[in-house]
Design a binder for this molecule. Structure first.
Ligand code: ARG
Ligand code: ZN
Length: 893
C-alpha cells in the first residue's frame, strides 16, 4: 500500500514563501493520547526501517480522526489498526501530516516507515555522524523517524528494539534500561530498551556505533547505585575525565541543594562531532556535541573546562526540570530552559567563584540577549507566535528566562525558592505544564503576589531604569528616584511598568555600608543592604538616618536584566570601582567608566579631535592591577574593556570604525602607560605557575597573565616577542591560544609561522582546528574579510559540520564588529552567500547565521542599505527553508 499522495513533491515556492505561524492562543489539548510506544528500528545506512506500534486512546470527546506528524521525506510502507490494514481511502497525507479517518476509541496503530539517515544533513531525527547513528528529536525531530503526535503534551512509555550490523555497531543504546540483547542472522545483533517513565517524543534517543566507553558510578544519597557511561570515539576516551567528574559533582549538588536524586540505574552520555546545538537531555541518554565533553589541558582552554562542566550539569539537571516535569507546548520552552540555565548557573557559582560566574553570565546576557531584545526578532521569554520553533531556542528564552527565575529567587529568598520548587514537583511530577504553573507554585510557596512580576514572561524588550539620588545633609536623608520604561518591540507597544527587584546599598566615604532606614518606598533591608521593589513608572525611595553623603551601589549582582543609567559622576564611579564591596558592582563601575571613556573618544574621533585618554582612568586601572596577586581573576575581569558589540549598544547609530579606533587607543594607552606593571603581573603569575599551584589558582594565574600579555602585545614589539616565546613554550591550550591570539591580531613576521605551526600540531583534532579558524575570524587586522573568504576554501573547512561553520562564519559575523561591518559590504555578502549554501544542508544552522544582518537599523546609511539588500536577496530565493524565511522576513519588517 502506498499513502504517499501529495507528499513527495517538494514544497512549492508559494508554500515555502508564506509559512503558517503557530499561535499560543490556538493551543488545544491533544485529541488522542498515546500510552505506549513499541519501536523496532532496523538500522541501515540508506534504508532504515521503523516499525511503530502505538497504543492510542481518545482524549477529546467526539474526536474521530487521528492526525499524526510525519516528515514528507519518509516512505510509509503500511498502516494497520488492531492488526487490520487500513484502507487507503481513510488515509490523507498532506505536507507534514498523516490523518487516519474514523478511528476507534482505543486501538493499536502500527506503521512501517523507511528513512535515510545518511541523507539527513539537517541533523534532526535519525542521522549519521562519523560512522555513528544518533538522534536529535527536540523540538520536532521525532516526526522524521516515524509518524506520531509529535508534541510535548503527549507522554508515553517507550520500548525500543534496535537491530544493526554487529561489527560496525557493537554499541546499541536507547532510553531507560536495557532489558534484552542478542545476536541475529547475517552478522546482525539487537538490543531492547525500556524506559519506565512516560515521556514526550522529543526526549526519545537512539545511538548505535563502535564507541569507546569511560565507565564510572555514583551512589545516590538513598543508596541507589547508578552506572555512569561516557561514550566517545576510542581515540577521545582519554579526554572524557573532566566531563565525568563534572557529572558526579552535578549529581551530588542537585541532591544537596534541591533534594533531587537520579531516578534510573544508568546514565549515558554520547559525544558526537556533528550536532546542531550544545547537547540534548534525552532521558538517560544525553547526546552531546564533542565540544562539551572532550578536554585535556593540551587541547582545551580553562574556559572550555568551565563550559563543559556547565553543560554537563545543565543536561543532568534537565532530568527533573524538563523531563520529570516537561512543557505543555513549545511556547513554554523557558519553563525548562530558563529554570535549568538558572540551576546550572547556581551550580557553577558554587563550584568556583560566584562573583566571577555572575560577571560572565551578565556579559553573555548583555552581548547577545540585549541585542536580540533590541532587534527585529525581539520576543518575550514566553513567545506567543512562531513559524519555526527551532528559531526560538534563543538567548531570550534561555538566558533572560534564567534571569526571570533568578529574580523569583531574589524575591522569595533561597528558602522560599526551595519551597516553591518542592511544591512544583509535588503538584506536577509526570506532567506537561506551563510557565504559569511554575509561577503559581512559587507564589503559593513564597506567599508573594507575582501578578505584575509575570509581565516578564509576556513583555519583550530590555527595561530601561534610570536612577537619581539626592542627599539632604541637614535632615540626614537620602532620596533615590527610580524611573523605568519598557521600549517598544515588534508587535508590542505601550507596555506596562514591570516589577523590578533592585538590590542596593548606600556606601560611606571608606566604602563601608551605611545602616540607613528605608522610610518610604516598598522594599526591605537585608544582610547586604536593601532590596527595593520598583513597580511603578517612577518611584521614590527615602532613606533616613544617613549621616554622611553616601554613594549608592545600585543593581548589585545585577538583580534584574535591565539597562541602568544613573546621574552618578565620574568620581562616584571611580569611588565604586575602588571601594564597592559587591564584586559585581565593582566590576560594573569599571565597565561603566570604560564605556563612558571610549564613547567620549568615539565622539572625538567623529569630530576629528585627537584621542586623549583620561589619566584618571589609567590611574584607576593601575590601582586595580596592584591587587593582581590577591584577586587575580577579578582583576582580570575588571581590566578587560567592554567589547565593541556591547559599546555599540550604547550608541544611537553604531560608529563601527570610531568604536574600533577609540577602544584600540584605550588598549594601547593602558598597555604603554602601564607596561612595567603588566610585565610585573606577567612575571609574578608565571613564577607562581612555575612553582606549581593548585588547579583553581593556576587558572586564575593564567587568566591574569594572559590579560597582561594582551596589553603588552597591544603596546608594541616587546609584547609580540613575549607572545611568540609563550606560544612556543606553552604546555596548556589556554597559554598557547592566548599567545596565538595576540600574534593573529598583529602585523608581525611570526604570525604566519605560528598559525601554520598550530594547524600542523592539531590537524587531527577537530575541536582545536575550530579554534584555529575562529582566531583568524576574530582578528582585528584589516585584511580579515579576505582571509575569512579564503579560509572558506581551506580543505579543512566544511559547511556540513555545524561547529566548523560556527567557528569561522559565526565568529566572524558575531564577534568581529569592525571587520564584518567593513564598509565594502564584503562581509555581508559572504554571510548571505553562506546562509544560502548552508540552507540546502541544514536550515536550522542557516537560520542561526542570519542574525547579524537583522541589526541593519543600528548602522549608518551605507551599511544599512548593504545589509538590507542581502536580506532581500535571501527572502527572494524560491526554495528557502521556513527557518531562514522567518528570520530574514522578520528582519526586514
Ligand atoms: N534542550 C537542549 C538543551 O539543553 C537544546 C536542544 C535544542 N534543540 C533544537 N532543536 N534547537 O538546551
Ligand atoms: Zn536545556
Amino acid at each position: 500500500m502506498d499513502a504517499r499522495t501529495g507528499a513527495d513533491s517538494p514544497a512549492t515556492p508559494a508554500e515555502s514563501k508564506a509559512p503558517q505561524a503557530i499561535n499560543l492562543a490556538d493551543y488545544r489539548p491533544p485529541a488522542f493520547q498515546v500510552d505506549q510506544v513499541d519501536l523496532t528500528v532496523d538500522l541501515a545506512d540508506r534504508d532504515t526501517r521503523v516499525v511503530a506500534r502505538l497504543t492510542v486512546r481518545r482524549a477529546r470527546a467526539g474526536a474521530t480522526d487521528l492526525t499524526l506528524d510525519g516528515d514528507p521525506a519518509m516512505r510509509l510502507d503500511g498502516v494497520t489498526i488492531d492488526g487490520e490494514p487500513v484502507a487507503e481511502t481513510r488515509l490523507t497525507r498532506v505536507a507534514e501530516q498523516l490523518t487516519i479517518a474514523d478511528v476507534p476509541e482505543r486501538f493499536v496503530l502500527e506503521t512501517v516507515t523507511r528513512i535515510d539517515p545518511v541523507d539527513n544533513t539537517r541533523l534532526e531525527g535519525l542521522y549519521k555522524s562519523g560512522g555513528i547513528f544518533c538522534t536529535q528529536c527536540e523540538a520536532e525531530g521525532f516526526r522524521n523517524i516515524t509518524f506520531f503526535p509529535d508534541r510535548p503534551d503527549v507522554m508515553a512509555r517507550y520500548r525500543v528494539r534496535i537491530e544493526a550490523d554487529a561489527s560496525a555497531y557493537p554499541v546499541l543504546l536507547s532510553n531507560g534500561n536495557r532489558v534484552e540483547a542478542g545476536t541475529l542472522d547475517g552478522g546482525r545483533h539487537f538490543a531492547v530498551w525500556e524506559d519506565p517513565f512516560p515521556k514526550p517524543s522529543y526526549l526519545f534517543a537512539l545511538v548505535a556505533g563502535d564507541l569507546g566507553r569511560l565507565g564510572d558510578s555514583f551512589t545516590t544519597r538513598l543508596g541507589r547505585p547508578v552506572t555512569l557511561n561516557i561514550w566517545a570515539a576510542r581515540a577521545d576516551l582519554d579526554k572524557c575525565g573532566h566531563a565525568m567528574a563534572s557529572l558526579k559533582r552535578a549529581m551530588a549538588w542537585d541532591e544537596q541543594v534541591y533534594g533531587l536524586e537520579y531516578d534510573l540505574d544508568e546514565y549515558n552520555i554520547v559525544a558526537v562531532g556533528d550536532f546542531n546545538m550544545g547537547a540534548m537531555e534525552n532521558k538517560s541518554l544525553n547526546v552531546f556535541n564533542t565540544k562539551y565533553v572532550l578536554a585535556s589541558p593540551e587541547t582545551a582552554t580553562d574556559d572550555d573546562y568551565d563550559h563543559i562542566e556547565g553543560v554537563i550539569a545543565h543536561e543532568y539537571f534537565h532530568n527533573w526540570t524538563g523531563n520529570r516535569v516537561t512543557c505543555r507546548d513549545w511556547f513554554q520552552l523557558s519553563l525548562k530552559e530558563g529554570l535549568t540555565v538558572f540551576r546550572d548557573q547556581q551550580f557553577s557559582a558554587d563550584m568556583g567563584s560566584a562573583a566571577l560566574k555572575r560577571i560572565d553570565d551578565v556579559r553573555v546576557l548583555r552581548s547577545h540577549q540585549f541585542s536580540e531584545d533590541a532587534g527585529p526578532m525581539a520576543h518575550p521569554v514566553r513567545p506567543s507566535s512562531y513559524i519555526e520553533i527551532n528559531n526560538f531556542y534563543t538567548t531570550t528564552v534561555y538566558n533572560k528566562g534564567a534571569e526571570v527565575i533568578r529574580m523569583m529567587h531574589t524575591l522569595l529568598g533561597a528558602e522560599g525558592f526551595r519551597r516553591g520548587i518542592d511544591l512544583y514537583f509535588e503538584r506536577h511530577d509526570g506532567q506537561a505544564v506551563t510557565c504559569d504553573d511554575f509561577a503559581a507554585a512559587m507564589a503559593d510557596a513564597g506567599g508573594v503576589d507575582l501578578g505584575q512580576f509575570k509581565l516578564w514572561y509576556t513583555q519583550a524588550g530590555t527595561p530601561e531604569v534610570h536612577a537619581e539620588g539626592s542627599y539632604d545633609p541637614g535632615a540626614g536623608r537620602y532620596t533615590l528616584t527610580l524611573t523605568q520604561r519598557v521600549p517598544d518591540t515588534p508587535g508590542q507597544t505601550g507596555k506596562a511598568p514591570m516589577h523590578i527587584p533592585v538590590k542596593m546599598a548606600l556606601l560611606g566615604p571608606n566604602g563601608q555600608r551605611l545602616d540607613a532606614r528605608l522610610a518610604q518606598g516598598e522594599g526591605r533591608a537585608d544582610a547586604e543592604g536593601f532590596l527595593l521593589d520598583l513597580r511603578e513608572a517612577s518611584q521614590q525611595f527615602v532613606f533616613e538616618d544617613v549621616g554622611v553623603r553616601p554613594v549608592a551601589s545600585l543593581l548589585r549582582d545585577f538583580s534584574a536584566p535591565v539597562r541602568l543609567t544613573t546621574d552618578q559622576s565620574r568620581d562616584d564611579k571611580l569611588f565604586l570601582l575602588a571601594h564597592d564591596d559587591n564584586a559585581f558592582a565593582r566590576w560594573e563601575a569599571g565597565q561603566d567608566l570604560a564605556g563612558d571613556l571610549i564613547l567620549g573618544l568615539v565622539a572625538d574621533h567623529a569630530a576629528g579631535r585627537a584621542l586623549d585618554v583620561d589619566p584618571a582612568f589609567v590611574q584607576a586601572i593601575e590601582q586595580v592591577i596592584a591587587d593582581a596577586e590577591t584577586d587575580p581573576a577579578l582583576v582580570a575581569e575588571i581590566a578587560t574593556l567592554p567589547s565593541e558589540v556591547m559599546l555599540g549598544q550604547r550608541m544611537d547609530e553604531v560608529d563601527v570604525d570610531g568604536l574600533f579606533a577609540a577602544r584600540q587607543t584605550v588598549r594601547e594607552t593602558l598597555g604603554r602607560a602601564l607596561a612595567a606593571r603588566w610585565q610585573a603581573v606577567y612575571d609574578a603569575a608565571s613564577k607562581r605557575l612555575a612553582a606549581g599551584c593548585d588547579a583553581a589558582d593556576a587558572r586564575q594565574q593564567r587568566r591574569v597573565k594572559n590579560l597582561a600579555l594582551g596589553y603588552l602585545g597591544a603596546a608594541g614589539a616587546a609584547g609580540l616577542r613575549l607572545a611568540e616565546a609563550q606560544y612556543d613554550a606553552a604546555t596548556t591550550m589556554t597559554d598557547r591560544l592566548a599567545a596565538l591570539r595576540v600574534l593573529a591580531n598583529a602585523d608581525d613576521p611570526a604570525r604566519e609561522r605560528v598559525l601554520a605551526d598550530f594547524y600542523a600540531r592539531y590537524e587531527d583534532q577537530p575541536l582545536v582546528i575550530d579554534k584555529w579558524f575562529s582566531i583568524q575570524a576574530v582578528s582585528t587586522r584589516a585584511d580579515t574579510v579576505e582571509r575569512v573568504a579564503a579560509l572558506m576554501d581551506h580543505p579543512a573547512f566544511t559547511l556540513a559540520n555545524p561547529n566548523r561553520v560556527r567557528s569561522l562564519v559565526s565568529a566572524f559575523s558575531q564577534l568581529n564588529q569592525v571587520r564584518f561591518h567593513d564598509a565594502s559590504g564584503q562581509g555581508y555578502r559572504l554571510l548571505a552567500d553562506t546562509v544560502l549554501k548552508v540552507d540546502k544542508l541544514n536550515p536550522q544552522i542557516a537560520a542561526r547565521l542570519v542574525g547579524p544582518l537583522g541589526r541593519w537599523r543600528r548602522f549608518d546609511a551605507t551599511r544599512r542599505s548593504a545589509m538590507r539588500s542581502e536580506l532581500e536577496r535571501l527572502v527572494a530565493v524560491s526554495d528557502l527553508s521556513k527557518d531562514v524565511y522567518e528570520i530574514a522576513s522578520k528582519s526586514l519588517a
